[in-house]
Design a binder for this molecule. Structure first.
Ligand code: FAD
Length: 457
């Protein structure tokens, strides 16, 4: 099909990157965003203030030449710094090498950088303050809330977890499957400001975690010396947001469970009552596309909880796979969008489902297990197995964060087998030195094939 113009709805992180991939492939692209231009108006970029970009996301932005520009605005974090109730800290590294780091980045700055890059292309136009109301499949028409309409042969819905494009598909496609599951926890963002000298109040290159079994506080560094903290806490119940109503409640709670954090949070009370409690949702749907006409990507098709830091990264990976498939299905100036969307849907859906599950599991790991000695022992033995059998054993966290060549679904399958193996090796021992390496050798060869032989998207 000869494509005249392509319409992308949503100029968030994934929509902007989608427009870049399409623009660089030579298409005329219109990118529609409901908000004003955040580079000119003083508006928040929505949701979390900062987030983690990992190798999957970096691989996707590298394909459009943006990796170095983005790394320039990040802070690498080499592991978790766990804070116990007495303020004692324990460092748990993410990987074994200096390269195995994850990167903290401001959501707003990243989105602005992507939009700047979009506008460097003369064939892509961003239309701000254009909120999509609906998309009519039969007439191929997008209607905006300002009354405007545009006809579109090919539409990408990148309008986030409450997508209007997806809602339109639900209304019009008879076999559209959809589920949305909210966690019983919400989240609230708080701040640890830079010290009066402009320094970081805690170690800079760490993701700080205060794990407290059913809830947790985390902190990610920002370039200005501050940290953005996020409290993940139940909405209701004895220990919950509903029981933090007064200044005394909040300060008392922090004194009791996060005393060392409280000591560096002079604005806690103001922040606490000024900032909303956000919800955490997992969205699954299928199909993600209608013929070669409309396709969802990013949170619009697979919103997940943030505990593996992979929502945006998996959305960026969607863009990378889209780019690969565009090359595959281009014949001269013609593109077979129908086959492309079908392959895209098939390739991404099982991976999206896998990372949704892994993210939910990682919440339990972060808030509860990280402080558990058996968990820390398994981590150490896992690293040792990786050193001894680099072609067979890669820890689950590493597969997700540092190995984009292993799809999420494959990482999920392998990590189940690996965890059973670790459980056997770590039963009745208290240090990696006590591992029975003969048994380990036999088990690894018996149950683990080489992940490097299997490439997933
Ligand atoms: C607390 C928290 C922490 C997180 N941390 C991480 C992390 O560390 N790492 C990570 O990878 N992910 C993280 N995520 C997930 C990440 O935020 C999302 O996966 C990512 O923002 C998805 O990008 P998107 O472009 O698909 O959707 P969005 O970021 O939601 O962008 C959608 C865009 O579409 C626009 N839009 C919406 N509706 C319409 C409409 N009707 N018409 C036109 N425009 C519209 C919106 O204004 C927005 O610009 C986190 C999420 C939360 C809640």
């Amino acid at each position: 099909m000869q494509t005249s113009r392509i319409q992308v709805v949503g100029s968030g992180l994934v929509g902007a990157l989608t427009a870049l991939y399409l623009g660089k492939a030579g298409y005329e692209v219109d990118l529609y965003e409901r908000r004003p231009d955040m580079r000119r108006a003083d508006i928040a970029a929505g949701r979390s203030i900062n987030l983690v970009i990992t190798d999957r996301g970096l691989q996707a932005v590298d394909r459009v030449g943006l990796k170095e520009r983005i790394l320039d605005i990040t802070i690498p974090m080499k592991g978790r710094m766990l804070h116990d109730v007495s303020g004692e800290t324990t460092f748990v590294p993410y990987g074994q090498t200096d390269k195995e780091v994850i990167n903290s980045v401001s959501r707003g700055e990243l989105n602005c950088l992507l939009m700047d890059a979009v506008e460097e292309l003369s064939n892509v136009t961003i239309h701000f303050e254009h909120k999509c109301q609906s998309y009519d499949i039969e007439s191929k028409t997008i209607t905006f809330t300002n009354g405007k309409t545009v006809t579109a042969d090919v539409v990408f819905g990148a309008d986030g977890s409450f997508s209007a494009v997806r809602r339109s598909m639900m209304d019009q496609v008879h076999n559209f499957n959809y589920s949305q599951d909210f966690l019983e926890h919400g989240y609230k963002e708080l701040t640890i400001p830079a010290t009066p000298d402009g320094d970081f109040a805690m170690g800079r290159n760490y993701l700080h975690i205060w794990p407290r079994e059913n809830y947790m506080l985390i902190a990610l560094p920002n370039l200005d010396g501050s940290f953005t903290c996020t409290l993940f806490y139940p909405y209701e119940g004895e220990e919950s947001f509903e029981n933090l109503q007064t200044k005394e409640d909040v300060v008392g709670f922090f004194e009791r469970v996060f005393p060392d954090a409280l000591a560096v949070m002079p604005d806690l009370v103001e922040d606490f009552f000024a900032n909303p409690v956000g919800s955490l949702v997992t969205v699954r749907c299928n199909p993600w596309r209608v013929g070669g006409q409309v396709c969802l990507l990013g949170d619009a098709s697979h919103a997940i909880v943030p505990f593996f830091g992979q929502g945006m990264n998996s959305g960026f990976e969607d863009c990378r796979v889209l780019g690969d498939l565009m090359k595959k299905h281009q014949t001269g100036s013609s593109m077979d969008w129908s086959t492309l969307f079908s392959e895209f849907n098939d390739a991404r859906k099982e991976n999206a489902d896998a990372i949704a599950d892994l993210a939910l599991e990682n919440f339990v790991e972060m808030r509860d297990k990280t402080a558990d000695p058996l968990f820390q022992l398994k981590k150490k033995v896992g690293f040792e197995l990786e050193t001894r059998y680099p072609d067979h054993f890669i820890p689950r966290y590493s597969m997700v964060m540092f190995h984009p060549e292993i799809g999420y679904a494959e990482a999920q399958r392998r990590s189940l087998v690996q965890d059973q193996l670790l459980t056997r090796l770590c039963s009745n021992i208290s240090s990696p030195e006590e591992v029975d390496w003969e048994q380990a050798d036999a088990l690894v060869k018996e149950v683990l094939s080489s992940p490097r032989a299997q490439v997933g998207v």
